[in-house]
Design a protein around this ligand. Sequence first.
Ligand code: E4P
Length: 228
Amino acid sequence: MLLFLDTANIEEIKEIATWGVLDGVTTNPSLVGKEGKEFKRLVKDICKIVSGPVSAEVVSTDTEAMIKEGRDIATWAENVVIKCPLTAPGLAATKALHRDGIKVNVTLCFSVNQAILAARAGATFVSPFVGRLDDINEDGMALVEQIVEVFHIHGLTTKVLAASIRTPLHVTRAALAGADIATIPYKVFKQLVSHPLTDKGLAAFLSDWDKASQSFAGSSAQTSNPRS
Ligand code: E4P
């Protein structure tokens, strides 16, 4: 499963990129709005840091305007992916952008039927929102599992991008469900690497090494002194 970072914050992206495991970035209008920076500049900057796909969302709601916006955003960087909402106009825009050879991530997916429509429209990625379904007392991860299964049964090649990830357990479950990608917020990404037993184990190894080094130093000082 590929790992994307769900943020528009440059510092967060730079930090996680140093780990060597960052496959892409997803943004949305809310995340971009929080940064207080010009959209085009921000997307171009993110695309320079990350070589994998970077999703940037259209904000128009009718097909023609979405196509126009998507075609423009697609010129900003080689690795930019256009995010279109899972609406009827969004599907039509996805189809048109796909015909142009532009990659589309169809976002705000909350049902298997919506995911099938996105795939048939030519989406490169479809994003089922796990956390937002959990928020309304539904099982968000069950949706990911069902989409993965249906795409497998029917040979649909659209990548399943588990989104609205809120916890490390969501990441594990997305991987077990066979999601192609999980897009993960910065805070959860940081939680993925941490384990108290790793910290405790490392502290013990280093402390043992320090003690051993002192005794090596003592014995080598003894053997290197010809009068001893
Ligand atoms: C995905 O592309 C979205 O940006 C994101 O995962 C939404 O997550 P949220 O439901 O936590 O806002």
